[in-house]
Design a protein around this ligand. Structure first.
Ligand code: AMP
Length: 556
C-alpha cells in the first residue's frame, strides 16, 4: 500500500511519485506536507539533503498551483547550479501528470538567452540560483509580483556563499502575502537573522536527531600529526578496499593538494572545489557518478550538489568548525539502506573540537589506530575476495586451454600466487615503512603542531631571545602571512618569491614591505604588508611560475 494516500495529495501526484518508487513519506514529508497544504504561516524546517526535503515542499505546492494562470507562483532559490538542476528534475518528475504546470530552472554558467527563451513559455514554477535570478530580474525577464510560495533551500549554504544581499533583493520583489518556507541543514546566526527579518511568526519543524536517523553509520577517528596526515590518509584508503568515498577538506587549496597527492600515488581520485570552472566541476562529478573515479576530494560547498546514494565511506581529512557540518558530511554515507563508515583524521591538538562534536551530535566516535602495513595487506586480501564474489558477469570468453599445467600446485598455493601478484606493489610499498600507529605525541609535539608555522618559529625564537621575539611579533602585526603552493621541489628560490611579490604589488611610488619568507619542500610561507593583501592575492593566484599554477591563500 502506498502510505502517501493519507496525505491528501492528488491522484496525479500520487501516480507520479508511485512511479518513482516512493512508498511512504519520509519524516520531513510527514511533517511538511499536511502543514503546507493547510496553513498559510511561514515555515523554518531544519533538514539536510537526503531527507526527502525537495518532495516535502514541492509536492503540496504543485498540487495547489493555479494551472489556469500563466504567472509565476512558486519560486525556489538554492545555492548551486547542481542543486538547482536536481530540484528542477525532481519537480518535473513530480508534475509529470500535471500537464499544464511548467517549470524552468535558471542558474549561472549557462546561456542566459536560452533561459530567457524558456521563460517566454510562461512557467508557473522557477527554480534558480540567486545571482542568475537577479540578472534576469534586471533584464525584466522575471516578474515575481504573483508569487504565492517562496522556498529558500539550503539557506545556510546560500548565506555562507555570500548571497545575503541577492536574497534580500529578490525577496523585496515578491509580495508580502506569500508564504516563505526556509530549509536549512543548520541554524547559523545568519539564518536566524534572515528568518527574523523576512519570516513572520514561522512554524518550526526539525527532522529528528541525525544520530537516530543514521544508526547505520560507524564513526571512527585517528589521531595523526600534521606531517603524517597524507600518509595516514593513504593507509586508511588502502585499509578500506573497494571504497566509493568523499574526502572532505576545509579549503580549496587543501582539496587540490590532497587530490594531487592521491593521483600521484595511483588512486582513481580527483578534486571538486570552487576554483575549478563549471565545466571542470561537471566533468569531475560525472566521472565520480560513473565510478571512473572512486575517491572524490571535495570542499563542503562543492560537494553539496552531488547526489550520490551509494557512498561506502566519508573521510573528514580536516574537521569542520561546526559540529552540524560534521554530521551533515557523515550523513552522505549510509544511505538507501546501506551501511556507512565515517572516518575522521584528528590533529593531536583537536581533542576539544572532537569532544564538542561528540557531545553536540550525540554520536559515538571510536578512536582507532592507523593500520600497519600488515593490517593493510590483510584487508586488501579480503577486498580482493569481496570483489571477486560480487562480480557475477563474464566479460570475455575464457578459453580454458590457455591455462598451463598446474598440477604441481595446490589450490591454496595458486590463490596465494595470484594474490602476491595482485598486491605486489602495495606490499613492497609498506615493507620497510614505520607504523604510524606507534607515534606518540608528547606534550611538546602537540604544542608544536598547534597553529601555523609562524607560531612555531616564534616558539623557537622565544627560547633563544625573548627581546627579539617581541620585535618579530610587533612587526608581524602589520604583516599578513600567506600560504603559497610552490616550494623547493618546484625550483622556487627566495629571489623568485621576491620577484613574484614585487610584480604583484607594483604601485608607483609605493613598495610593499616583505617579511619572513620560508621556502619548504612542497610549499612556502611569506609575509607581506597588510595593506597589499588583496593585490597580492588577486595578482598571484592562477598565474604560472615555471609552468606551474600558483595558488595563494592567507595562512590561518
Ligand atoms: P532530497 O533530500 O530531496 O535530496 O531527497 C533525497 C532522495 O530521496 C532523492 O533521491 C529523492 O528522490 C528520494 N526520496 C524523496 N522522498 C522519498 C520517499 N518518500 N521515498 C523514497 N525516496 C524518496
Amino acid at each position: 500500500m502506498n502510505l502517501f494516500t493519507e496525505t491528501n495529495l492528488s491522484p496525479d501526484i500520487l501516480k507520479a511519485i508511485g512511479e518513482l518508487g516512493y512508498e511512504s513519506p519520509t519524516e520531513i514529508q510527514k511533517q511538511t506536507i499536511p502543514f503546507i497544504s493547510s496553513d498559510i504561516r511561514d515555515l523554518i524546517a531544519l533538514a539536510q539533503t537526503g531527507t526527502g526535503k525537495t518532495a516535502a515542499f514541492s509536492l503540496p505546492i504543485l498540487d495547489m498551483i493555479d494551472d489556469s494562470s500563466r504567472k509565476i507562483q512558486f519560486l525556489v532559490l538554492c545555492p548551486t547550479r547542481e542543486l538547482c538542476l536536481q530540484i528542477a528534475k525532481d519537480i518535473k518528475n513530480y508534475s509529470k501528470y500535471l500537464p499544464n504546470i511548467k517549470s524552468v530552472a535558471v542558474y549561472g554558467g549557462s546561456s542566459i538567452n536560452d533561459q530567457i527563451r524558456a521563460l517566454r513559455e510562461k512557467p508557473q514554477v522557477i527554480i534558480g540560483t540567486p545571482g542568475r535570478v537577479i540578472d534576469l530580474i534586471n533584464r525584466k525577464s522575471l516578474d515575481f509580483s504573483n508569487i504565492h510560495w517562496l522556498v529558500l533551500d539550503e539557506a545556510d549554504e546560500m548565506l555562507s556563499m555570500g548571497f545575503k544581499d541577492d536574497l534580500e533583493t529578490i525577496i523585496s520583489e515578491t509580495p508580502d502575502t506569500k508564504q516563505t518556507l526556509l530549509f536549512s541543514a543548520t541554524m547559523s546566526k545568519e539564518v536566524e537573522r534572515i528568518s527574523k527579518n523576512y519570516l513572520t511568526n514561522p512554524h518550526r519543524i526539525s527532522v529528528g536527531s541525525i544520530n537516530e536517523v543514521k544508526k547505520n553509520i560507524k564513526h571512527e577517528y585517528y589521531v595523526v600529526g600534521y606531517r603524517q596526515k597524507k600518509e595516514a590518509l593513504k593507509r586508511l584508503i588502502d585499509y578500506n578496499p573497494n571504497q566509493y568515498s568523499i574526502i572532505f577538506c576545509r579549503t580549496r587549496m587543501e582539496t587540490q593538494e590532497v587530490a594531487d597527492f592521491l593521483m600521484q600515488n595511483g588512486y582513481a581520485a580527483d578534486a571538486l572545489h570552487g576554483d575549478l570552472s563549471q565545466a571542470q566541476r561537471d566533468t569531475v562529478m560525472k566521472k565520480f557518478r560513473m565510478r571512473n573515479i572512486d575517491v572524490l576530494v571535495a570542499t563542503d560547498v562543492a560537494a553539496r550538489g552531488l547526489d550520490v546514494d551509494s557512498l561506502t565511506h566519508v573521510i573528514h581529512y580536516s574537521l569542520p568548525d561546526d559540529p552540524e557540518v560534521f554530521v551533515h558530511r557523515s550523513g552522505r554515507t549510509g544511505r538507501a539502506g546501506r551501511d556507512g563508515i565515517s572516518i575522521a583524521l584528528i590533529k593531536p591538538e583537536e581533542g576539544r573540537k572532537l569532544k564538542q562534536i561528540k557531545s553536540q551530535s550525540k554520536i559515538e566516535i571510536f578512536e582507532k589506530k592507523i593500520p600497519t602495513g600488515k593490517d593493510i595487506i590483510k584487508a586488501q586480501v579480503g577486498g580482493v575476495f569481496e570483489k571477486l564474489f560480487s562480480e557475477h558477469e563474464n566479460y570475455f570468453e575464457f578459453d580454458e586451454s590457455l591455462i598451463p599445467d598446474l598440477s604441481n600446485f595446490t589450490k591454496e598455493e595458486l590463490v596465494g600466487k595470484l594474490l602476491q601478484f595482485q598486491l605486489r606493489d602495495l606490499a613492497l610499498y609498506y615493507e620497510n615503512r614505520n607504523d604510524l600507529a606507534e607515534q606518540k605525541f608528547s606534550k611538546g609535539e602537540v604544542e608544536r603542531d598547534r597553529g601555523n608555522r609562524r607560531e612555531r618559529t616564534r616558539d623557537r625564537d622565544r627560547d633563544r631571545d625573548r627581546g627579539r621575539e617581541r620585535k618579530i611579533r610587533r612587526k608581524n602585526e602589520d604583516m599578513v602571512r600567506f600560504f603559497f603552493n610552490l616550494g623547493k621541489r618546484d625550483d622556487l628560490k627566495k629571489v623568485d618569491v621576491l620577484d613574484i611579490i614585487n610584480q604583484s604589488t607594483k604601485k608607483p611610488g609605493k613598495k610593499a614591505d616583505i617579511g619572513d619568507i620560508e621556502i619548504l619542500e612542497k610549499f612556502t610561507f611569506f609575509e607581506v604588508e597588510k595593506s597589499f593583501k588583496n593585490e597580492v592575492l588577486s595578482n598571484i593566484n592562477n598565474k604560472k611560475f615555471k609552468g606551474r599554477d600558483m595558488r595563494l591563500e592567507v595562512a590561518n
